[in-house]
Design a protein around this ligand. Structure first.
Ligand code: AKB
Length: 316
């Protein structure tokens, strides 16, 4: 049985990814790594290591000793937080990637997953059904780091044969672990407030359409891409992936169907500029064609699942 390492396991994607990988490969085969001293409760049943991806020596030493076949590198600062700490965001989002790419180049890792984002697109990109190949002029630090990372992934594949695979995630919606520091986070927060008080103040305007996806679909896409035969993975920068596109108003209306008293207000802040620079919807036909991607959750199914499962006592 192969060993798998997930770096950034305490985050929104990492927590659910580790749980699913442990279901498929066995609890002890999947090592969760995160910068936090303590492992999150959800992952306590399996191996955990405290790992700062910027501590290159520790990362190298650990990987050379444990020899994980697959490494998922999820540690990153998201769009909104990155705008507040641009230098640190660039450092964190890029240096860790080079450490892992170099370890794979030297033969210590067989396969890498590295997440990109819809943030690689910018205000000059066609907004509707954004194509896989198009104008990319991101205006956020996060977007610039993800676009640069995509170029390096493709470079390491072309020059050194590194088997690196990537998805441009849309905004991800889940209830197991809270997101942190993203522009799409409103689409998660809203469920906690709807259940707790029946009211929510959105930091984006009513008509800010953004590509989103329910986490179960995103985890399945990630694992399907990693399990796909090498020759089917034709794009080595990063795949567009679409799920559900909606506005805060669409989401509020879908919540109202289940909680009729629900009310929403709009008070846009600095994150509005970021949202304005991103696509409304994504064309993911390349992912569909190359490795058979198909989403399952639509808006209604996602809203029902979220309202059933979010625990409003987690709201601070
Ligand atoms: C963010 O909002 O920064 C992220 C993303 C779209 O990558 N959720």
């Amino acid at each position: 049985m192969k060993k798998i390492l997930v770096i950034g396991a305490g985050g929104q994607i990492g927590t659910e990814l580790v749980l699913e990988l442990r279901k498929r490969h066995g609890v002890n085969q999947v090592i969760a790594a995160d910068v936090k001293e303590e492992c999150t409760d959800a992952l306590k049943d399996g191996p955990y290591v405290k790992m700062d991806v910027l501590d290159k020596e520790h990362v190298q030493e650990f990987i050379k000793k444990e020899q994980p076949e697959d490494v998922y590198l999820l540690a990153a600062l998201l769009s909104a937080t990155a705008e507040k700490h641009p230098e640190f965001a660039w450092k964190l989002n890029m240096e860790g990637l080079f450490t892992i790419l170099d370890l794979a180049k030297e033969g210590h890792i067989k396969k890498i997953f590295w997440p990109s984002s819809i943030a690689v697109f910018g205000p000059t990109t066609p907004r509707v059904q954004t194509p896989q190949y198009t104008i990319m002029e991101p205006t956020t630090v996060y977007g610039i780091s993800k676009l640069a990372g995509e170029r390096w992934c493709e470079y390491y594949f072309n020059k050194f044969g590194v088997d690196v695979r990537s998805i441009r995630y849309p905004g991800l919606i889940s209830y197991t672990s809270l997101p942190g520091g993203g522009t799409t986070d409103y689409a998660v927060d809203i469920f906690y407030h709807a259940k707790k008080s029946g009211e929510y103040t959105s930091f984006l305007t009513n008509d800010s359409a953004l590509p989103m996806m329910y986490m179960e679909d995103a985890i399945r896409a990630t694992i399907e891409l990693m399990d796909a035969p090498k020759e089917q993975v034709k794009i080595r920068s990063s795949y567009n992936l679409a799920g559900i596109s909606f506005t805060p108003e669409d989401l509020a209306l879908a919540i109202k169907e289940i909680i009729p008293i629900f009310k929403i207000k709009y008070e846009p802040d600095f994150r509005q500029d970021i949202a304005n620079s991103w696509p409304d919807s994504i064309d993911d036909s390349a992912a569909k064609q190359d490795w058979g991607w198909k989403e399952k959750y639509d808006l209604k199914a996602m809203v029902q699942t979220m309202l059933k499962n979010v625990d409003p006592s987690k709201l601070i």
